[in-house]
Design a protein around this ligand. Structure first.
Ligand code: FES
Length: 145
C-alpha cells in the first residue's frame, strides 16, 4: 500500500485473541503464536512451534479469508493428530504456529495470558525492613502517595 506521495506504508495487521482480549500486531511472514510471544503472551503448546502437538490450535471466529493458506504440514497435522478431528469443522480450526494473517482476524484460544515480569533486587542488595504501616517499599510504584 502507498500513500499520496507514493511512499510505501506499513500495513498493520491485527489478530484479536479471545477471551483474553489481546490485539496482536502480526508482521508479514510472522505466525500468530510468534506475534503472541513477541507481545509477551503465554500461548499453550508443548512442541513450541513445530506443528506436532496441535495444542496451539485456534478456532477462527471471523476473518478466515485473511489468514495465510493452510500448508501441507498443517493440513496433515489437523487431519491426523487433532483429537476429534472428524467431528470438527476444520475450515475454522488453524494452528497458531502455522497461520499468519493479512487482515483483521478474530480467534478463540483459551489459556493465552499476559506474562508478568517480576523485578527482583540484585542479589547483593540487602532487603529493606517493613514498617508498622505495611511491607517494605519496593520499586517506584510503592513510593507514590
Ligand atoms: S505449537 Fe505445537 S502444533 Fe503448533
Amino acid at each position: 500500500m502507498t500513500d499520496r506521495n507514493g511512499e510505501r506504508q506499513q500495513v498493520v495487521v491485527v489478530v484479536r485473541v479471545e477471551p483474553v482480549g489481546a490485539d496482536l500486531q502480526v508482521a508479514p511472514g510472522e505466525t500468530i503464536i510468534e506475534a503472541a510471544w513477541r507481545h509477551g503472551y503465554h500461548w499453550p503448546t508443548t512442541c513450541h512451534g513445530q506443528a506436532t502437538c496441535t495444542i496451539c490450535r485456534v478456532e477462527v471466529l471471523s476473518g478466515t479469508e485473511h489468514l495465510t493458506p493452510v500448508g501441507a504440514d498443517e493440513q496433515d497435522v489437523l487431519a491426523n493428530r487433532l483429537p476429534g478431528a472428524a467431528r470438527l469443522d476444520l475450515t475454522r480450526v488453524r494452528l497458531a504456529c502455522r497461520a499468519g494473517a493479512t487482515g483483521r482476524v478474530t480467534v478463540l484460544k483459551k489459556g493465552v495470558r499476559r506474562l508478568t515480569t517480576v523485578h527482583l533486587p540484585p542479589a547483593d542488595e540487602p532487603p529493606t525492613a517493613g514498617t508498622a504501616d505495611g511491607p517494605p517499599e519496593t520499586g517506584r510504584a510503592a513510593k507514590q502517595p
